[in-house]
Ligand binder design. Structure first.
Ligand code: NAD
Length: 331
């Protein structure tokens, strides 16, 4: 409990929740690092050593991991489909973060290193239909991941593998599938579908509008994992002997239309849907095959989408209805 744990990306959505979860379980020495100014962190605890560093630089990474026993690297320049389809170079530059973090962790004698990869590493030709076969870990190869963001994730996964094989740094790699929950991005262009859907419905109801825009035809399918499942899976994987990349994602497949049905039900409204076929769409269907996580960790994400969306909607509603001046804008 007294070992120093470093969370890179602590000002972000998952990193902020992870710090809070580690504190709740009694870890006393946590260092949180992020490039964002402190007042833009989604969650910030005075109990941790918070540092503002740009982890694309090697010296910053050396400072970040100094004295650490475990490192969780969640820092990356990322967002939902609207961001990653239009910022491919920025997404690929996150390779600097993971590369320098691995080198720094090796040199600092870190015992265990976690890297947050993504379902975007999976080959595009395995995700062409709405009734998609859930993705197994081996489906990442032969490689044809999401352009930009997905290639960087796949490359960085392999860096983790080779640092383990060649330098003995124990690395753990998750492939997260769409994580959602409170204290995350819901506006500004980086938000993902669940938060965007909540924001659009709330904005429409506050403005008295009766219509919202949906990206694509609404028939595309996805699975969404609530943050509590993500935290449990992340920490279980970190503590495990599982050395190969592991899916951490829900296998509750829904269409985007069904996701909106859920949000409308929570909000108690029904809106007209204007479909925009020219918006960024991503793959046609995607879900997580959870066979391996069940076999290796004896557990798989199970929080129902309806339940997680209820919490998420309430938090976003609270943010959007705060009095002017108190409202924080998350870029
Ligand atoms: P997020 O954007 O909320 O958090 C990432 C944090 O990294 C941000 O606070 C950002 O400021 C920070 N960061 C970016 N560049 C940095 C730099 N140069 N130096 C220091 N910090 C920097 O994203 P998130 O949803 O919390 O995702 C965390 C990790 O999980 C990311 O690696 C992401 O790719 C991965 N992931 C997330 C999801 C998801 O659905 N949220 C899905 C798959 C993978």
């Amino acid at each position: 409990m007294d070992d120093l744990i470093v969370v890179a990306g602590a000002g972000g959505f998952i990193g902020g929740h992870l710090v809070a979860d580690l504190l709740r379980s009694g870890h006393g020495r946590i260092r949180g690092v992020d490039i964002k100014p402190f007042d833009e962190w989604f969650q910030r605890s005075p109990e941790i050593d918070s540092r503002r560093l740009d982890l694309r630089g090697r010296d910053a990474c050396l400072e970040a991991v100094a004295g650490a026993r475990q490192v969780y690297n969640l820092a990356s320049d990322m967002g939902g489909m609207g961001f990653i389809e239009t910022h491919k170079a920025e997404c690929m530059l996150s390779v600097l973060i993971n590369t320098h973090m691995l080198v720094a962790a090796r040199d600092a004698g870190v015992e265990r290193y976690f890297y947050s990869s993504s379902a975007c590493v999976y080959a595009a030709d395995k995700q062409t239909t709405t009734d998609v076969t859930p993705l197994r870990e081996e489906d990442a190869y032969p490689a044809m991941p999401e352009d930009g963001y997905g290639w960087e994730k796949l490359f960085s996964e392999r860096m983790c593998r080779h640092f383990r094989e060649d330098f003995g740094l124990e690395t753990r790699v998750s492939r997260y599938h769409n994580v959602y929950g409170p204290h995350g991005t819901f506006e500004g262009g980086r938000e993902k579908a669940p938060a965007a859907m909540c924001r659009k419905v709330i904005a429409a109801t506050l403005a008295g509008a009766d219509e919202i825009e949906i990206w694509g035809d609404g028939q595309q399918t996805r699975s969404f994992m609530y943050i509590d499942d993500c935290l449990y899976g992340t920490r279980a994987l970190m503590a495990s002997t599982v050395r190969e990349p592991l899916n951490i994602g829900s296998d509750e497949l829904v269409t985007i239309n069904e996701l909106l049905d859920i949000v409308e039900d929570i909000a108690g409204v029904t809106l007209r849907r204007r479909y925009n076929p020219n918006a960024p769409l991503g793959v046609r269907g995607r879900s997580s095959d959870n066979t391996r996580i069940r076999q290796t960790l004896g557990w798989a994400p199970s929080i129902r989408l309806r339940d997680g969306m209820e919490h998420t909607y309430r938090w976003i509603h609270q943010q959007m209805t705060m009095p002017a001046g108190q409202r924080r804008v998350y870029a």
